[in-house]
Design a protein around this ligand. Sequence first.
Ligand SMILES: C=Cc1cc(F)c(CN2CC[C@](CC#N)(n3cc(C(N)=O)c(NC(=O)OC)n3)[C@H](F)C2)cc1O
Length: 302
Amino acid sequence: PAMVPGNAPVQEIDPTLFESRFLRTIRDLGEGHFGKVELCLYDPHGDHSGQMVAVKSLKSESEGPETSNLRREINTMRELYHSNIVKYKGICTEEGGRTIKLIMEYLPAGSLKDYLPRHKAQTSQQRLLLYAIQICQGMEYLGSQNYIHRDLAARNVLVESETLVKIGDFGLTKSIKDNEEYYTVREEQDSPVYWYAPECLIHRKFYKASDVWSFGVTLYELMTYCDRKLSPPEMFLNTIGRSHGQMTMARLVKSLENGWRLSCPPQCPDMVYTQMRRCWAHAPEDRVDFKGLIEVFERLLS
Ligand SMILES: C=Cc1cc(F)c(CN2CC[C@](CC#N)(n3cc(C(N)=O)c(NC(=O)OC)n3)[C@H](F)C2)cc1O
């Protein structure tokens, strides 16, 4: 520890450790099955000079399998440093470490799903391509660290400013060992099936190329300005019908295997729709990769 006059050692503080007593909940930002994300004010001096943070915590206070999921997510986020990935700030533990909370930077503009419908008039197609490039850059970095995201969608991409977006949630992210090429889904979580590639639906195997498929669906959402009436679930259900209950997944797989894909969004340039289709090749190995997508989008923007 640093030495000060009088040689009394000074206890160094760890800025990534947040004390529960100074964390004030403002409001909910989102709900997951196992937990929630809240907007909090961290105000150690008690004079509102603190900072706003986003805090992910589990619903059940009890230590359970979900705790290990949150601990995995914390260990993932603390290792990621990229301008297109939301910043990890630290953790808050309570009851001697039995429960833990993930503290992240707060982006008040929210996700693309919140932002695009409200800012359609001032967001050009060039701007949408800039967002697409940034999402690909974040995903290329994530893949280079041997992580598979498994939940890439417009709802999980946050807006920092008109010219900067960041991947904001890593709740389903898994790391794959260097020798592995896919992750097998164990629990049948109620997965975001409409963003899932066929191999995920049929074999429950997740490749990095499965994230490329989900990016294609996210690009579709971008080009529709996240219009609810054109959302992927809406479009799939229009096609396969609505009243299938648990058969929906089987009908979805059938349609995809028959070559059905989301159609070109209104006013979407063919060159951009062509890239979506390159993300939706049936076989993972036939799909474009994030590097290839960045090159095409940069050429389209130049
Ligand atoms: C326990 C599991 C779990 C719980 C959940 F609620 C969710 C869903 N949640 C994800 C985080 C979320 C969307 C993103 N990205 N978001 C983050 C920020 C921020 N960092 O500022 C923010 N800002 C905002 O909305 O400003 C107006 N939204 C939004 F909370 C939804 C996923 C989960 O796995």
